[in-house]
Ligand binder design. Structure first.
Ligand SMILES: NC(=O)c1ccc[n+]([C@@H]2O[C@H](COP(=O)([O-])OP(=O)(O)OC[C@H]3O[C@@H](n4cnc5c(N)ncnc54)[C@H](O)[C@@H]3O)[C@@H](O)[C@H]2O)c1
Length: 342
């Protein structure tokens, strides 16, 4: 029987991950045999979607993560029984730039409290952490190579990236000390993100596809020539599951795994949109430069030689047209909703 905790379980990836785990009904946990998924505990500040809340295998713990897993918190019991913890709760990049204290509390202190709670429970769970490509960055004293690889030194250029990198290091040390088995996955910009826009600096990369598909205007704050590293929601979930299911030997060392990227310019993304949805789709994009967002996005690498992830069987999406089609079929977005250009 596999008991699973997902922090940030009501968010975009948490919801998707929970649905995948529950519909599979079983999990081969970190080199063990196949086990039935008996319980999925969703911890989040907000309630989960109705289909998850209604599943008898789902428990919901609502509130701030640090409170829920801190001493006396109502998430301690679920954590003490967990075989695997997917730690996805986080404040997003642009939020953390605007509110430094929020990022320190929600990303750094909450993660430390979570790790400490796992340690105190003594059950030695597998803990999968959603880190980010934002741990990398270019600065005058430390230019990025044209292609980053598994040996490229992180050099985060945002509070969010710094917090993710510190958490990677905390995970590595809790693992080294034998308190848990942590695996950090550096997700790329997950695109196309369904639903409402969020406060991530990368949020526009989904917005410029999602909103025109729904017949709505979107704003692009960066130059069309900007290169970005993308991963589809499906491939992102595949990577989190790979981290939970790989044996220690296959996973390798305690450092984080960077995912293979679909590397595109924003102009290429927009051309793919027009190919899939019709030539008028991109007329709904307003190009309004935002130097703050452009600076953060330009500091991230776009080209990745992801040898370790490839050895784990992870691969980039084949092309962006199929990613857009996947979004349309999953969300029911109708390209025909795009109004004609007069
Ligand atoms: N989506 C991406 O493009 C992307 C890229 C790189 C890394 N990541 C990381 O993946 C993880 C999941 O991303 P997502 O896109 O699903 O984010 P999301 O914002 O959709 O979901 C995060 C969830 O965490 C919850 N949360 C945040 N702070 C909390 C707190 N203190 N206590 C309890 N709940 C809290 C939020 O309510 C939200 O439901 C995050 O850690 C994010 O940093 C995402």
């Amino acid at each position: 029987m596999a008991r699973i905790v997902i922090t940030g379980g009501s968010g975009f990836l948490g919801t998707r991950l929970a649905r995948v785990l529950l519909s599979a009904g079983e999990l081969r946990l970190a080199g063990r045999g196949v086990e039935t998924v008996s319980q999925v505990t969703l911890m989040d500040r907000v309630l989960p979607v109705a289909d998850l809340a209604a599943d008898p295998r789902v428990d919901v713990i609502t509130g701030d993560l640090a409170d829920a897993v801190g001493p006396g918190g109502d998430g301690r019991q679920a954590l003490a029984e967990a075989d695997v913890v997917f730690h996805l709760a986080a404040a997003v990049s642009a939020e953390c730039e605007v509110d430094f204290d929020l990022g320190m509390r929600a990303n750094l202190q909450a993660t430390h409290t979570l790790l400490q709670a796992c340690r105190e429970a003594g059950r030695f769970p597998v803990l999968v952490f959603a880190s980010s490509l934002a741990v990398f960055g270019r600065s005058d004293d430390h230019p990025l190579p044209a292609v980053i690889d598994d040996d490229t030194l992180p050099n985060p250029q945002s509070s969010y990236g710094i917090q993710k990198f510190i958490c990677e290091q905390l995970l590595a040390d809790f693992t080294r000390k034998g308190f848990l088995r942590a695996r950090a996955v550096r997700l790329l910009t997950v695109c196309v993100r369904p639903g409402k826009p969020n406060a991530a600096a990368s949020g526009f990369l989904s917005g410029i596809i999602r909103e025109p598909l729904a017949g709505q205007r979107a704003t692009c704050p960066v130059d069309p020539s900007t290169e970005v590293a993308l991963v589809s929601p499906k491939k992102a979930i595949d990577a989190l599951l790979c981290a939970a299911t790989s044996s220690d030997e296959a996973w390798g060392g305690r450092t984080a795994v960077t995912l293979p990227a679909l590397t595109m310019t924003v102009a290429e993304m927009v051309r793919a949109l027009d190919r899939v949805a019709g030539p008028q789709a991109s007329s709904l994009i307003d190009w309004v430069p935002d130097p703050d967002i452009a600076r953060i996005v330009a500091s991230w690498p776009a080209r990745i030689r992801a040898n370790r992830a490839t050895r784990l069987g992870l691969a980039a999406d084949d092309d962006f047209d199929s990613v857009i089609r996947m979004h349309i079929s999953e969300t029911g977005s109708a390209p025909t909703a795009v109004p004609p250009r007069y």
